[in-house]
Design a protein around this ligand. Structure first.
Ligand code: OOB
Length: 539
């Protein structure tokens, strides 16, 4: 089958036949993401929707403020449908307000992570020709300086919006607070091919952007809510960065908003902060990456806080060891749910009523009956059940192409439009997936993804570096850490200088190699590629 081609907007649509099938089955509806919030405000106007520090919003207040902000974006900033805006926000209420308000007027936000720095933010603003960057103070990071530098370099970036303390704001920036216009109507949204951008964990030299539509994303949220049983009684603690696909949509904050539940934002992921919030707000569900789950497991037996309201702990983003998984129920007295998902779409869950043996030893199964998965060998042929193979997926919420990346799309999508996940899995007899390895040049550092090639490209810019390879090294706590192996012909710089060099280039901290080693040559495979397995033996 021919791959559907990319539209001028950079978006690859689903083939018409698939669209018809998803619509007829009722998976795809016409509702937009802001309409979902409005529907909940209609049903639960007085319920608390969102808590962030000492601020809280009822559903009505949230929906009203989204309208006011949408009017400000449109009338004060002159943002129009089809414009792009980069959101670089920590876990504060302004994240959801801005997200919904931009969607409401058809502006397509790029959901950057708080850990991103100058290099990534500049790239997103440049690649999408973003008109606005919405940012806020963050502990230990000069986000104002990042925004200012990016704006000075990119004439397309017209506005910096600052969501926080005025005294820290970049010169020339606009206060988010000044953009709420009451009693001002917004023009109705013009339909766009897609709603916003998620970010790919990446395997290539430059980060890839993932266009998600209102329709596919809302379907994934609705299907997640069914599996995870989110309701108006759900109280969700958002510990991971709010912009990430896992806490945003699996079912995450959007699932909670759809069901009429309450989202509580945790300003930091430490168990101390989170446990206090669990007690104060009677939290019922939270989502973590494995290293944080380990910290929670260690802290729980000695905490002074009452965390008995917690019913479900979701863990995903990276492999959770069976040994750790077994500790969750006895230690936290709640159900573990493993979540194996990706910003490109497919999300697998263990079910809440699965036997414990399934919950601790598998990463679950696709959430939707319409998800189609293939487990294949290098030739693209299906492997027998029980044998490890590469996971490929398509379905009603899995993208058919990255944004404006035709060459990369040729490699990432196979015949039939299946997305090549790069994950090596085993399908169990019961139909659950176990993630057993990876067939992509990526390091999964406790859930934070690093594209080896991206870091190698940066390293090669250093004068003393003749050749570079970045590999994953096993780590008890993070699962993996990164190691850069460098070939230097003359003077070897100190590892600390290499790290400083990368930091000065403005890379996110999690991408800075944990170790730097020097080798005489990089081992090669018979076809001349760097032999990273061999390299690992040298570490
Ligand atoms: C989630 O999304 P991304 O886009 O940051 O990363 C996706 C990749 C997967 O392809 C896989 O390599 C890895 O992260 N991964 C896991 C995993 N969950 C994700 N590897 C092993 N075990 C797991 N449970 O990470 C993401 C998106 C939505 C929900 C949950 C996670």
């Amino acid at each position: 089958m021919k791959l559907p081609s990319m539209k001028a907007s950079g978006f690859t649509p689903w083939p018409e036949e698939a669209v018809r099938q998803y619509q007829e089955a009722g998976y795809w509806t016409e509702q937009t993401i802001p309409e979902m919030l409005e529907a909940s405000a209609g049903t639960y106007p007085e319920q608390v929707a969102l808590v962030s520090g000492d601020q809280q919003w009822t559903y009505q207040a949230l929906a009203d403020q989204v309208d006011e902000l949408a009017a400000g974006f449109q009338q004060t900033l002159k943002l129009k449908a089809g414009d792009k805006a980069v959101l670089h926000l920590p876990n504060i209420g302004a994240f959801y307000l801005s997200f919904f308000a931009l969607l409401k007027i058809g502006v397509q936000p790029v959901l950057a992570l708080p850990a991103h720095r100058y290099y990534e933010i500049r790239y997103f603003c440049h690649f999408t020709e973003a008109k606005a960057l919405i940012t806020a103070p963050q502990m230990g990071v000069d986000t104002a300086d990042i925004a200012q530098k990016v704006a000075n370099e990119l004439p397309t970036l017209e506005t910096i919006v600052w969501a926080g303390d005025n005294s820290l704001k970049p010169t020339g920036s606009v206060d988010l607070d000044s953009l709420f216009l009451s009693n001002a109507a917004t023009e109705p949204m013009q339909e766009q091919d897609f709603a916003f951008f998620q970010l790919s964990g990446g395997t290539t030299g430059t980060p890839k952007l993932i266009p998600r539509t209102h329709t596919d994303y809302l379907y994934s949220v609705r299907a997640s809510n069914d599996v995870c049983k989110f309701s108006h009684q759900t109280r969700y603690l958002c510990v991971l960065p709010a912009a990430h696909n896992f806490p945003l949509s699996s079912p995450g904050a959007l699932g909670c908003f759809m069901a009429g539940g309450m989202v509580v934002l945790s300003p930091d992921p430490s168990p101390q902060t989170a446990f206090q919030l669990i007690e104060n707000h009677q939290i019922t569900v939270a989502a973590l990456v494995p290293p944080l789950a380990l910290l929670w497991l260690d802290e729980a037996p000695r905490t002074q806080y009452d965390i008995s309201s917690l019913q479900v702990l979701q863990v995903g983003g990276a492999r959770f060891s069976e040994a750790a998984a077994r500790r969750v129920k006895p230690t936290l007295n709640c159900t573990l749910q493993q979540v194996f998902g990706m910003a490109e779409g497919l999300v697998n869950y263990t079910r809440l009523d699965d036997p414990d043996s399934v919950i601790v030893s598998t990463q679950g199964r696709p959430m939707s009956p319409a998800d189609e998965i293939l487990v294949v060998n290098e030739m693209g042929e299906p492997v027998p059940q029980g044998t490890a193979g590469m996971l490929c997926a398509r379905g009603p919420y899995t993208i058919r192409g990255y944004y404006n990346a035709p060459e990369h799309n040729q490699r990432s999508f196979i015949t039939g439009g299946y997305y090549r996940t790069g994950d090596v899995v085993v399908l169990t007899k019961e139909g659950n997936l176990q993630v057993v390895g990876r067939d992509k040049e990526q390091i999964n550092r406790g859930g934070e993804k690093i594209a080896a090639q991206e870091i190698e490209n940066h390293l090669m810019v250093h004068d003393a570096v003749h050749d570079a390879a970045v590999i994953a090294i096993p780590d008890d706590y993070l699962g993996e850490r990164s190691c850069a192996a460098l070939v230097c012909l003359e003077d070897k710089p100190k590892p600390i200088e290499i790290k400083r060099f990368l930091r000065n280039r403005g890379l996110a901290e999690f991408k800075i190699p944990d170790r730097v080693i020097f080798v005489d040559v990089l081992p090669k495979t018979p076809v001349g590629k760097i032999n990273k397995n061999k390299l690992l033996e040298l570490v």
